[in-house]
Design a protein around this ligand. Structure first.
Ligand code: MTE
Length: 308
């Protein structure tokens, strides 16, 4: 499952953040994925001609507000998060709820590598090689019942490991834990992915160790990091950015170059390649981030110009 085109855009635009809140972290040194290790990956072929974002950029330019709101903070503060051991609950409207020992899965599985575009709502993008399993595979194991209409995801809540959770101002005004959600048919789409690796190694903390969601046709904020719970539910679950600013961030948040963010255009983006964000030229943003063939049918009958 690969991409079609790639691109670049101007992304000096930020999420709404509170200013100057991270003095707490300033003494810490970067740990840039020092704790990662190689993974067992199935057929990790990287197609020719695809330009990946350099690993060093993908692990130092992050959004993970629990580890700080500046792009370099999550890497600097990565050492706070202890991803091992890690348990993930799959529960709710299912016949067989279970607790997954994530490292058992990582150590015993052959993971699949997928190269996906990541398009942040802030109008920058990357192309990243994730390793993991399809979300559908895990959900099916729990045997969802007929009331399971949505899937709710939750990030770890532990202010000692995720110090941005210690206060609202430190964590960019968000009420933690970070929560996200998908409709069940979106979750079961083969593109929806649970990543446990990046560039053939276990995930660095700043990228959402040890397990995070990747939904490549939606803005990056849907791709929730460091997940501890996947709950099948009947009603549409609350989602973090929608709770914070419902006029700016919808539940669906499908990448759509024709619908601007109220404060900036979504028509183009900056692709973060060798030059980093400041050297990047703008490239056009693609409908559904280039995955329309795979996912457009999920939204038949919905007005895609509407801000859901
Ligand atoms: N998950 C949590 N728990 N906290 C966050 O702040 N940021 C989101 C998403 N997942 C975020 C999160 C946003 S806005 C983006 S663009 C992606 O993670 C960035 O993923 P990356 O840092 O691995 O590129």
């Amino acid at each position: 499952l690969i991409l079609k085109g790639l691109g670049l855009g101007a992304a000096t635009l930020a999420f709404p953040t509170q200013a100057g809140v991270l003095d707490l972290f300033s003494a810490d040194k970067p740990t840039l994925g020092a704790t990662t290790r190689p993974l067992n990956i199935h057929a990790a072929t990287r197609p020719e001609g695809v330009i990946l974002t350099p690993e060093e950029k993908a692990t130092t330019h992050n959004n993970f507000y629990e580890l700080g709101t500046d792009k370099g903070d999550p890497a600097r503060n990565a050492h706070y998060l202890k991803p091992e051991p890690w348990q993930l609950r799959v529960e709710g409207e299912v016949a067989k709820p279970f607790t997954l020992d994530v490292w058992d899965l990582i150590n015993k599985s052959t993971l699949e590598e997928r190269i996906y575009r990541l398009r942040c709502v802030e109008a920058w993008s990357m192309v990243l090689p994730w390793s993991g399993i399809s979300l559908a595979e895990l959900i099916r194991r729990a045997e969802p019942n007929s009331r399971a209409k949505f899937v709710a995801f939750e990030t770890l809540y532990d202010p000692e490991q995720l110090p941005g959770q210690a206060s609202r101002s430190l964590g960019g005004g968000i009420d933690y834990p970070y929560v996200e959600g998908l409709r069940i048919d979106e979750a079961m789409n083969p593109l929806s992915f649970l990543a446990m690796g990046l560039y053939g190694k276990t995930l660095p903390a700043q990228n959402g160790a040890p397990i995070r969601l990747v939904v490549p046709w939606k803005y990056g904020f849907k791709s929730i990091k460091s997940i501890v719970s996947i709950r099948l539910v009947e009603e549409r679950p609350p989602t973090t950015w929608n709770l914070l600013a419902s006029n700016e961030y919808g539940f669906y948040a499908n990448v759509n170059p024709q619908v601007d963010h109220p404060r900036w255009s979504q028509a183009s983006e900056r692709f973060i390649g060798e030059g980093g964000i400041f050297g990047a030229k703008r490239q056009p943003t693609l409908m559904f981030n280039g995955y329309a063939d795979e996912v457009a049918s999920l939204y038949q009958g919905m007005d895609l110009r509407k801000w859901y």
